[in-house]
Ligand binder design. Structure first.
Ligand code: PEP
Length: 252
């Protein structure tokens, strides 16, 4: 049975002190009943050690929001998979649209980062999705197919639990404009079909495909009820305990 995932992308929000308080409160709110869904938080790099410590022994896993594809070297300002693993992260977000838009990430760099994550036994949360212009031009499937195949080029995952895909239509991120259940389901089913061709149908059935884009407690249950939506990657609404817990409850 596939376990849904609710992951929170904190982006550039919260200080280390705020992180400690948030994670302790989240643990209290969740109590012991946290095995379903899988819960992941992705704070900024400097908050990760505090988050890992505060989440220790709970069902909350900690992710980073990015990594460099090399293990070490003269790459000022970068963080490697080896470092992320050593600090206690289990997952890493790769290819978020903000990284693609503001930091020049391409399918090629995303591909190298996914390979680095897998090399360090980190689960990549591989983000892809079309812009509004691309959707309006009827290019949604062309874009996601290019991103999916580009990001996973030469990568042969065998364990479907060790890869997560996040479909995040760019027009829905941080805009308050959510994809309808039908719009999201259509792309998720398409992606699963592609993954089946790439890695076999068993793998494709088991791999979790998350939806991301203005998820809130009020729309989460409907989105998560779709056959091919296996949880969510949450931005804005993961910063408030009430909202994040509401979304987690919707995934149960
Ligand atoms: C995101 O940044 O991954 C995201 C989905 O953001 P939001 O929920 O704010 O749209």
């Amino acid at each position: 049975m596939k376990k849904p995932i609710v992951a929170g992308n904190w982006k550039m929000h919260k200080t280390p002190s705020e992180t400690g308080r948030f994670v302790r409160e989240l643990r209290e709110r969740l109590g012991a009943t946290t095995l379903n869904p899988e819960i992941i938080i992705a704070p900024p790099f400097v908050c990760v050690p505090v988050a890992v410590e505060a989440a220790a022994g709970s069902a909350v896993a900690v992710a980073c929001q990015n990594l460099h594809w090399e293990d070490k070297g003269a790459y000022t300002g970068e963080i490697s998979g080896a470092m992320i693993k050593d600090v206690g992260c289990t997952h890493v977000i790769i290819g978020h649209s903000e990284r693609r838009q503001y930091f020049g990430e391409t399918d090629t760099s995303v591909n190298k980062k996914i390979a680095a994550a897998l090399r360090h036994d980190l689960v990549p949360i591989f983000c892809l999705g079309e812009t509004l212009g691309e959707r309006e031009q009827g290019m949604t499937f062309d874009v996601v197919i290019r991103q999916l195949h580009g990001g996973l080029s030469d990568i042969r995952p065998t364990d479907p639990k060790r890869l997560v895909i996040a479909y995040e239509p760019v027009w829905a991120i941080g805009t308050g404009k959510t994809a309808t259940q039908e719009q999201a389901q259509e792309v998720h089913a398409f992606l699963r079909g592609q993954l089946s061709g790439m890695f076999g149908s068993d793998f494709a059935q088991q791999v979790r495909i998350l939806y991301g884009g203005s998820i809130k407690p009020s729309n989460a249950a409907e989105l998560f009820a779709a056959e091919d939506i296996d949880g969510g990657l949450v931005g804005g609404a993961c910063l408030q305990i009430e909202d994040f817990v509401g979304i987690i409850e919707a995934a149960r």
